[in-house]
Write a protein that binds this ligand. Structure first.
Ligand SMILES: *Cc1c(COP(=O)(O)O)cnc(C)c1O
Length: 432
């Protein structure tokens, strides 16, 4: 199987040791299941790799946009990770869940005045500043509130990770950050240093997502250290923190690339320490911001089949009770997934069909060209694997479809962490 938390017993698909067909009956479908031990294990792998690495006081920061709900901030806090937040909504959720906000990093390329004031009031530890305007406004608002705000500056190192254009963010012409190559990043550091209400702590980059090439982070760290050396030489400032963002890839289908994350972290930290020495810099503390690789393999989605349509001489469709509303990733990026029939998990797959959702949209495809057992019929349960990242957090109410619940599995028991949206929830903001 794709991951060791997925097994088959008596023809039934088990996830995190539990029978998914029983969970589908108990909680209804569509249903997001999350393996809590896997989330925690993924957190620990990062924490342990960073603890023993060559850069002192290094930490992992969970990029919570990958999957954001109150319970996950609590888990992340318990596992000793920091959190990336990108909106007042994420900040508010984290704070309500009791997350230590001094360990939160506020990301984003357009923070409004209201966002900035709200984040300061919530005690967000770090702003990852994206642009010149933000430095001016943050300095002003921090001053009004009598706060000196710690910041990192987001820069673009000019590295193309060669993954997917939609998730590639480290190139010079990206909408995120300021470019090192054009000299604008150095200008931004100078500006930050001149602001009396800002404390310049270091530099940040995020080159992209779904990275399997271990060389990408080594190249990024070399460019970033070169920039740190330039800052020291020209502006007399040293960075304390080097934040290399997120982006480690995960496996969605058999045979896809793999990367040994702990080993890569050690190698990157070693390179950073060596280059620091070479440039006469104090070795900075590292930050890495994994999102996908913390939650993706901890999630699967269950659906119930409604119809099997065989268009003779053309193609077949298996329609289920969810779709682009709970998983828009195929529609957005043509993302690949592994699909299993949860109650016929050891039946031979002898029929090809597109797995489609219930929305009024031809593009409502969860996955094309899936192999199913030809006995698949209405009432069967279908599982889409590796849906823990960017599924719930990207879900919508298109066609007024309520969002599915998240059920956490741990030690053989199941617990609802986010309840299913009700029809009344859909109306809760409507004024008649
Ligand atoms: C999206 C994002 C991440 C997380 O990326 P993953 O590919 O999910 O690990 C980290 N940092 C920033 C700034 C991001 O925008």
């Amino acid at each position: 199987m794709l991951y060791d938390n997925i097994t088959v017993k008596d023809g039934k698909l088990f996830f995190a040791g539990m029978d998914t067909t029983l969970l589908a009956k108990k909680h209804g479908t569509p249903l997001y299941l999350m393996d809590e031990d896997r989330i925690r294990g993924n957190c620990r792998a990062y924490r342990d790799a960073l603890k023993g690495c060559a850069c002192p006081d290094s930490e992992a920061v969970y990029a919570s946009k990958a999957c954001s709900f109150a319970g996950i901030y609590k888990m992340i806090a318990e596992e000793g990770l920091c959190a990336d937040v990108v909106s007042p909504g994420e900040i508010y959720t984290a704070k309500k869940a009791g997350f230590p906000m001094e360990r939160a990093y506020f990301q984003g390329n357009n923070k409004t005045d209201e966002d900035i004031a709200f984040a300061i009031d919530c005690g967000v530890g770090y702003f990852v500043c994206d642009n010149f305007e933000e430095l001016d406004v943050l300095d002003r608002i921090a001053g009004e509130k009598g706060v000196r705000q710690k910041i990192l500056l987001r820069v673009t190192p000019g590295i193309d990770p060669h993954t997917y254009a939609e998730v590639s963010t480290g190139k010079v012409d990206s909408k995120f950050g300021v470019a090192i190559e054009t000299g604008q990043a150095a200008e931004a550091v100078q500006k930050a240093l001149s602001k009396k209400n800002l404390i310049f702590e270091g530099i940040h980059c995020h080159v992209g997502s779904m990275v399997f090439d271990s060389d990408v982070f080594l190249r990024a760290s070399a460019v970033m250290l070169g920039f740190a050396a330039e800052i020291k030489k020209n502006l007399g400032a040293e960075i304390k923190i080097l934040d290399l963002g997120g982006g480690y890839g995960v496996k969605y289908y058999p045979g896809q690339g793999e990367i040994d994350i702990p080993q890569n972290i050690k190698a990157v930290a070693k390179r950073v320490a060596e280059l620091s020495e070479e440039y006469g810099l104090k070795t900075p503390s590292l930050r890495l911001e994994p999102g996908r690789s913390i939650v993706a393999d901890a999630g699967i989605t269950l659906y119930t089949v409604g119809s099997v349509k065989k268009i003779t001489g053309y193609k077949n469709y298996v329609s289920v009770d969810g779709g682009m509303t709970d998983n828009p990733r195929y529609a957005l990026y043509e993302s690949k997934y592994t699909v299993l029939t949860a109650n016929k998990a050891d039946s031979p797959c002898d029929m090809t069909a597109d797995l489609v959702g219930r929305c009024c949209e031809s593009g409502d495809i969860i996955q094309p060209g899936v192999s199913f057992p030809s006995s698949i019929e209405r009432g069967d349960a279908v599982a889409v694997l590796t849906t823990g990242a960017y599924n719930y957090s990207m879900a919508s109410n298109y066609n007024r479809v309520p969002r599915p619940p998240i059920v956490l599995l741990r030690g053989g028991s199941d617990r609802v962490a986010v309840r299913r949206e009700s029809l009344d929830d859909l109306l809760s903001n409507d004024i008649v």
